[in-house]
Design a protein around this ligand. Structure first.
Ligand code: 13P
Length: 242
């Protein structure tokens, strides 16, 4: 199974969301062993739910809180994502970590809460350029996995995305050797922590139609988490078909 996930970040309004899906559904039919998942911004989730209700394409939110409801102004309820028909929530994206100061401990609570609802957390990890240059990449990944998954249920579904921070939105793609080393390390860590060896590990960071085929051939690369290139039907379609 390969997974092609689109992280739209804070792009598109509900009208643009509906227009995208009307075109995408015309051009792309789901194929066996290939799953497509969209992560639109929170305010576009209802338009997404309606657009995809009769398709096999999955969707989810880009973040959530670790409570279903209450006095948590400005947060997103994973319970509401579930009620609308969503299956997944992105957790710990590097922009959440860097701009919104999310820690591995907070991320662990969210992972556990999402699994408890029967949804799939898509846990994002990755080193900064400074950490890579200091030779700390594998240590950072191991730490993010160990703490981020410390409250996770090993019997429930989970997806990991390795996204080197320096490759996100920069056009600077990690080399095949760097991706291979990081994915192998994530795979080993997941096994060591007792999670299923079938846990999918996606790669993210400047994935484009031009590099997706080569990246997908790397061992333990089970799909992609795509930012910029997922905003246009043509480029995301090409990646999904790589
Ligand atoms: P880009 O594909 O735009 O580099 O973004 C990657 C990303 O952050 C996906 O979550």
């Amino acid at each position: 199974m390969k997974i092609f996930a689109a992280n739209w970040k804070l792009h598109k309004n509900p009208k643009e969301t509906r227009e995208f899906f009307a075109e995408f559904l015309k051009q792309v039919s789901p194929v066996a062993d290939r799953e497509i998942v969209f992560f639109p911004s929170t305010i576009c989730l209802e338009a997404t739910s309606q657009s995809l209700s009769s398709s096999k394409i999955k969707w989810g939110a880009q973040n959530c809180y670790y409570e279903a409801k209450g006095a948590f102004t400005g947060e997103t309820s994973a319970q509401t994502v579930k009620d609308l028909g969503g299956q997944s929530v992105l957790i710990g994206h590097s922009e959440r970590r860097a701009i919104f100061t999310e820690t591995d401990e907070l991320i662990a609570k969210k992972v556990s809460f999402i699994q408890g609802l029967g949804l799939t957390p898509l846990l994002c990890l990755g080193e900064t350029l400074a950490q890579r240059e200091a030779g700390e990449t594998l240590k950072v990944l191991s730490q993010q996995l160990q703490t981020g998954l410390s409250k996770a249920d090993k019997t429930k579904s989970l997806v990991i995305a390795y996204e080197p921070v320096w490759a996100i939105g920069t056009g600077r793609i990690a080399t095949s050797a760097q991706v291979q080393e990081a994915h192998a390390a994530v795979f080993q860590n997941i096994q060591k922590l007792g999670f299923s060896s079938a846990t999918a590990i996606l790669y993210g960071g400047s994935v484009k139609p031009e590099n997706s085929k080569e990246l997908l051939a790397i061992p333990h690369v089970d799909g992609f988490l795509v930012g910029g290139a997922s905003l246009e039907v043509a480029s995301f379609k090409a990646i999904c078909q790589s």
